[in-house]
Design a protein around this ligand. Sequence first.
Ligand code: HEM
Length: 420
Amino acid sequence: MTAVGVMSGPITDRRAVVPLLRRLRSDAGRADPLPVWAELRELGDVVPAPWGGYFVTGFEACSQVLRGRNWLVPDFGWQERQGDTARWREPATREMTRTLSRLNPPEHTFQRRALGNLFDRDTLETLRPRIAAHVTRLLDRLRSHLRADGTADFVPLVGDQLPIHTVGRWLGVPAEHYPRILDFTHRQVHAQELLPTKSELAISARATVEMRDFFTRLVAHRRAHPGNDVLSGWIRHWDAQYPDDRAAADQTLYDLTMFITIASLETTATLLTNAVWFLTRDPDRADWLRRHPEHTDDAIDEVLRYDPPIHLNSRYAAEDTVLAGVPMAKDTTVHVLYGAANHDPRRNENPHVFDIRRKGGHLTFGGGAHYCLGSALARLEARLLLTQLLERFPTLRPIAAPTYAPRMVFRRVTSLKVTT
Ligand code: HEM
């Protein structure tokens, strides 16, 4: 680890970031955000945002925000105090604001304690053979496509499929529903973008209705046919917490199943596709990892550091505070830029170099009270996929750079064409 240097001071011009944000939203910026992150960092560890609040670019400052008790997630209370209340009252936005990631203590602590460590060692060991078998099936399919056509798209065939099959089976959702779940989650996520347009919010609102209908039915069906699965366990727990209020129990159960599904799909799919892209675009790199499988976990962490599936997350100041030397009043919003932080040269030397043996630091799974609950599962999926893929497809390589959905917050790779 390199020493974390002194944090740099602020600029005051709120328009300074506008051209950089524009570049981040462009095709070129999505394909390679690294130069823009570097320019943002050069503006300071905290950079004023045009609409008020700040972007946080430095590793140490981002880490302080994510871990600090004086930084809270923007919840309903914060939204009500904003000028633009219409924006926050959008149905798709409200739906997400009720979920774990937008709760603060004491509600957050209450729900998080009830969930416990979702993917402890025993659970992962139980899931491992199923996931490995599914990887085999997906790679069989990839092989058939490659044999038939010479090329194949990794994203729809494997990258998008493994996460939904993993989390779907874990929650006991029948496989026939997976295409529908993938479809509405891709559409719902617009509402979580930084500045969604009206039409994007309308798309999200429609997807939210479908999502609510699906997960409400799932909970009701499982309540009628309880088993020994994770969702049946949650139903027993929340029914006991709210013995006289079935509606409150059902609301919490819906929020949890919906959010955990949505949180696990695109994120893990992006990790899996990025891993294949970063490793196979350089045949020597893939070959080296095949000969050194003991470094698979290091490779996964370098992929996570290099191109985080979530690019931005927000917090607000619970009280007047100072961040990287900049005084911030209570309620000030800050946007943590995970990618800029992960590429901070004060934390990771030569950050633009993809180096499997780096053992660097990253904030890709967040930090503190909201640290990702699915990191161990995502890592397991990536490990099982890479282990089989590198063995079975030693000459796999991309034929073009990946394409990305037009988003800034939730990165989604829409296509990665490969051949052997
Ligand atoms: C590569 C894959 C993934 C990435 C990059 C990722 C990233 C993140 C990030 C950045 C956060 C917010 C942390 C913060 O606010 O400090 C988060 C929260 C969360 N993630 Fe993940 N995630 C991934 C996979 C998963 C999976 C597979 C699941 C579940 C099966 C999951 C469940 C959650 C949950 C429930 C939270 C909310 C935790 C809370 O607010 O207390 N994630 N994740």
